[in-house]
Write a protein that binds this ligand. Sequence first.
Ligand code: SAH
Length: 250
Amino acid sequence: MTELELLLDLFKNTERQGPGSPEDTRRALSFVELPSDEQLQVADIGCGSGGQTLTLAEHLSGNITAVDLFPSLLDELNDQVWAKGLENRIQTRSESMENLSFESGSLDLIWSEGAIYNMGFENGIRQWKQYLKPQGYLAVSELTWITPERPAEIEKYWTQEYPEIDTAAIKIRLLEKHGYTLTGYFHLPRESWWEHYYMPLQACFAPFLERQAHTEAARNIVAEHQQEIELFEKYHAYFSYGFYIARNNE
Ligand code: SAH
């Protein structure tokens, strides 16, 4: 099994594959001013198994295209879509966020929770802009320093894992540079990491190791996630996911 396949197996049947909660999704939506219109076109990029996609469908009218690279995650979302009778509102599409097949200027809203880092924040906001209608909205969550300074241990860890990590002021400046106006910002509270992400993930460790017969590769993946969790416990006062909601100027 490749490392990617192992990761997919670790995250099998989890509600979320990153920090966030239905409450955060609703809070971010409160900064989006779109009419209640069945013609709305929304994309949820890097949707994973679609926890936030279902929350969006509850609170928005229109059509949602949920995109992820991995069909197995989309299958999990599709099971829920069918169970809830939402198949005429949510479609899934397996493709890369770096090469999306939306028509230019076709989307009212691009949503992406905990996923834009896969192509980098600046690269993502720059490339995705072409798919937005004029005055369309972008809502993305992104790893963010929430204090001006922080202890060396956590600074070193995150700078190695995600060199683009920065403060909200810098991220907002990038949004402005690429032709967006910020309409809202907040950072995720601790529960969105702990109760909605790390606790359910920790419960997956033992069954995952069992399925994988405790191979070294599987044990390494668990150890990496365990280290991230321990650093979060120690240093969560210094970083979180920032949720950036912005309107396309053109
Ligand atoms: N939005 C979900 C999942 C976040 S995890 C949540 O918050 O729970 C990041 C997601 O991005 C994963 O589902 C992963 O499969 C997806 N992903 C990674 N690289 C991608 C790419 N190049 N194109 C599309 N999706 C990608």
